[in-house]
Design a protein around this ligand. Structure first.
Ligand code: NAD
Length: 339
């Protein structure tokens, strides 16, 4: 079997995790990642024996001074790659598509910071894997949209949904971001709906959804509160818990564990030796679920830095048309140690 040759452009929060995940896939080869200048992140790539390809504005001398010999430049990477996972900050992916991926006729995945229109489809493995089969350019939706798509798809398949109303309590910044806030304020997002609802519709077009959001001073995780109105059914809470408990990429947080906050979730996964303390599952508090008539109420925590990583891996296989949805999700879960 020929392995899929993958390059990662942008080695930051998402890029370094995608690179590590690609290394674990038996059907993929990580060609390397791009680097601009020497830093502790590039030192990480070097120690993991990942090849570094210089961007056009890359500072070759800084790499060499610090003991790294780049394997080439971004053009060399593009020549060899079957597919690039672009993990650059928002808007740069759209630029890179025109500047690099189109001229080199190479497939590319973009991240949630880009607009839906950057690709031929937006992607969530549960909701719409098949839409990306064989496609050239696809966007993996953001961390928040990924979390929403997973839970809405799961409930909707079993008990058809009439409407979703959700509030997003968003982390202010990632742990490594030293320049972002708020530090001591709650910042409401004044757009109604917030962009999250329409973004969910890029992967689940049939769902009526209204979203609002606030940003709060934490770096650990996002929390979503959802009110899900069903069309006909009135399931019992224990039936919902049972469904979520057996669904992959969903972690039902049981009351007896004493996990009461995002801080506890982070402590738990760090202690369980998950790489970097990542938790790619939607974490849903079992005791925080309620059913009133046709409405299901629930709260979930989403680890923004890592929940999109298995989605990027599945998206690669969909675009290369090498596996079905079920096969890819199963392989990604087993290689990344996900339920
Ligand atoms: P980041 O800032 O942590 O990393 C971006 C990387 O791209 C850095 O290594 C930077 O040096 C590199 N880069 C910048 N300009 C470049 C260029 N012109 N060419 C090549 N490399 C360049 O960003 P991130 O948080 O990993 O976000 C990347 C994408 O993933 C964005 O679209 C973002 O919206 C999306 N996303 C982020 C999160 C999150 O919580 N961090 C979650 C889901 C999706």
């Amino acid at each position: 079997m020929n392995k899929i040759k993958v390059g990662v452009v942008g080695y930051g929060t998402i890029g370094k995790r995608v690179a590590d995940a690609v290394l674990l896939q038996p059907d993929m080869e990580l060609l390397g990642v791009t680097g601009r200048t020497y830093s502790f992140r590039m030192e990480l790539a070097k120690r993991k024996k990942i090849k570094i390809y210089l961007t056009e504005d890359g500072e070759a001398d800084k790499f060499v001074e610090n003991g790294i010999q780049p394997a080439g430049n971004i053009h060399d990477l593009l020549t060899k790659a079957d597919l690039i996972v672009d993990c650059t900050p928002k808007k740069i992916g759209a630029y890179n598509k025109e500047r690099y991926y189109k001229p080199y006729n190479v497939k590319a995945i973009f991240q949630g910071g880009e607009k839906h229109a950057v690709g031929e489809a937006s992607f969530n493995a549960f909701s719409n894997y098949d839409e990306s089969i064989g496609k050239k350019y696809v966007r993996v939706v953001s961390c928040n949209t990924t979390g929403m798509a997973r839970i809405i798809h799961t409930i909707n398949k079993k008990w058809p949904i009439k409407r979703v109303i959700a509030t997003f309590i968003r982390r202010a910044a990632d742990p490594g971001d030293v320049k972002k806030g708020p530090v001591n304020a709650i910042v409401p997002v004044l757009d109604i709906p917030s962009h999250h609802g329409p973004d969910v519709n890029t992967v689940l077009p049939g769902i009526e959804i209204m979203t609002m959001a606030v940003a709060v001073p934490t770096t650990l995780m996002h929390v979503h509160t959802l009110a899900i109105e069903l069309k006909d059914d009135t399931p019992q809470k224990k039936e919902i818990a049972h469904l979520l408990d057996k669904t992959s990429r969903i972690f039902l947080v049981r009351q007896a564990t004493g996990v009461e906050s995002t801080a506890h979730i982070m402590e738990l996964v760090r202690d369980l030796y998950h790489q970097r303390g990542d938790v790619v599952d939607n974490c849903i508090w079992e005791n925080g679920m309620g059913v009133v008539g046709k409405h299901i109420f629930l709260m979930q925590a989403i680890h923004q830095e890592s929940d999109v990583i298995p989605e990027n891996i599945d998206c690669i296989r969909a675009m290369m048309n090498t596996m079905s949805k079920e096969e890819s999700i199963a392989l990604t879960n087993s290689t990344l140690g996900i339920k």
